[in-house]
Design a protein around this ligand. Structure first.
Ligand code: ADP
Ligand code: MG
Length: 163
């Protein structure tokens, strides 16, 4: 299994503290993300966004969470055999995890390159496949983590702090 980490500058310590002792989340939400179902994919992201809005999360942070979670959710639908989106909301951050059933990413560094895409014809016809999803998740996250390999499940997770 290959692993990729991105941690935004200045967030190393907060991230370490969270990973060491995350505690109990305030809200825990799970959504299924079926393969190639672009009516369902995006629902989890939009529900989480609506909930955070009601909780009064700052609009710029809300936008970053919405972009990152939508891209990751679409990726599970577009590139995997389906998976789940697991969102944990804490006082000061959101941690969203996407776990799918494979077929995995052969070269994560390459997948991170803007414009790189293996999207098939169907996915492209629906307007996805610009190769900007993973770079956009990185751009909008305070921390991003990918674990995958060819022929394996993929984990994509990110953390965004509220302030
Ligand atoms: N969950 C996933 N499972 C397998 N491959 C993935 C997954 N997410 C991303 N990828 C791979 O990384 C590439 C880049 O992803 P992304 O930047 O979102 O671009 P796009 O989705 O437009 O192709 C995808 O084309 C695909 O090869
Ligand atoms: Mg994508």
């Amino acid at each position: 299994m290959a692993e990729y980490w991105y941690i935004a500058e200045g967030f190393e310590e907060r991230l370490q503290n969270y990973l060491k002792d995350g505690g109990e989340s305030e809200v825990d939400l799970m959504f299924a993300v079926p393969e190639k179902d672009f009516n369902t994919a995006g629902k989890g992201s939009s529900e989480v966004k609506n909930l955070l809005k009601r909780l009064g999360v700052d609009s710029d942070i809300l936008r970053r969470i919405a972009v990152a979670s939508y891209e990751a959710e679409i990726n599970v639908a577009a590139h995997s055999q389906g998976g789940v989106m697991h969102s944990e909301i804490f006082d000061d951050l959101i941690h969203i995890r996407f776990e799918d059933e494979g077929p995995g990413i052969e070269d994560i560094e390459q997948a991170m390159v803007p414009g790189y895409s293996t999207a098939d014809e169907l996915v492209r016809e629906l307007g996805f496949g610009a190769g900007l999803g993973l770079p956009n998740i990185k751009k909008n996250s305070d921390a991003m983590h990918i674990v995958s390999a060819k022929g394996s499940p993929t984990l994509v997770e990110f953390i965004i702090f509220f302030a």
